[in-house]
Design a binder for this molecule. Structure first.
Ligand code: 5RP
Length: 240
């Protein structure tokens, strides 16, 4: 089954929902699934003057603008009608790992400020245990890099600055100026516990652990989309 097809299915359904519900101020996250959302939205006959966007990355802002949509800087926005984003992993309780694109700090801020959060994933992102396939991304102030790294390692964890294979030497620096670290979650430990401890270290800006952010999860398969509703406050799965 093609993962790309599955991402496309989830993205198409998210476009249906955004248009049906008449949201007008919409936040858009970062990544390849979100890219499909923008492509699909661009294919539909929509009144571009009615929609206003903001985004978690320059990459997404440019893609929206290239397709004729109006994009606001996040610093000018105090709430959003809706927020649409992908995830690296999601478990049965709606907890997620995000930050594969290094944009989780703004992703968390935008989804926190949004009245309705739609997360779109392909079936391969659904896991039993967070950390099965992806590390926990951590954004750190550059000045605190070595202090935070050694503190995380002293917790018995493997952590390393994220590096690109080409195009840039040295650690990945996010759109908001932090250095991105990746922390492996050992099978016997919980992502939530580790993220909580790391978030309390001074110099850490945010982690890619998200709990209580999903209103609607759209899981794409090649031939269908499974929809799961969550209670954001209680963090529980309500219904399919
Ligand atoms: C970016 C993210 C993305 O949502 C996550 O990495 C999923 O990406 P993709 O849709 O390409 O699989 O958190 O920081």
């Amino acid at each position: 089954m093609s993962v790309e097809e599955a991402k496309k299915k989830a993205a198409e359904r998210a476009v249906d929902i955004v248009l049906e519900r008449g949201f007008s101020l919409i936040g858009v996250g970062t990544g390849s699934t979100v890219e499909k959302f923008i492509e699909e939205l661009s294919r539909r006959r929509v009144d571009r003057g009615r929609l206003l966007f903001t985004s978690s990355s320059l990459d997404t802002a440019l893609k929206l603008a290239e397709n004729g949509f109006r994009v606001l800087d996040p610093s000018t926005v105090s709430y959003l009608d809706a927020y649409v984003d992908g995830a690296d992993e999601v478990d049965g309780d709606g907890r997620m790992l995000k930050g594969g694109g290094g944009a989780m700090t703004l992703e968390k801020i935008l989804s926190y400020s949004s009245r309705f959060n739609i997360f779109i994933v392909d079936y391969s992102k659904v896991v039993e245990r967070l950390g099965e396939k992806s590390p926990l991304p951590v954004e750190v102030l550059p000045q605190a890099l070595n202090i935070v790294l050694s503190r995380i390692r002293s917790m018995g964890l493997k952590a390393y600055p994220r590096a690109l294979r080409k195009g840039k030497y040295g650690p990945v620096v996010s759109d908001v100026g932090g250095v991105i670290l990746d922390v492996e979650i050992p099978p016997e430990r919980s992502a939530e516990e580790i993220a909580g401890r790391i978030e309390s270290i001074p110099g850490v800006v945010s982690t890619g652990f998200f709990k209580g952010y999903i209103d609607l999860l759209l899981i794409g398969y090649a031939d269908r989309v499974v929809e799961k509703k969550f209670d954001r406050v209680k963090g529980v799965h309500l219904a399919e």
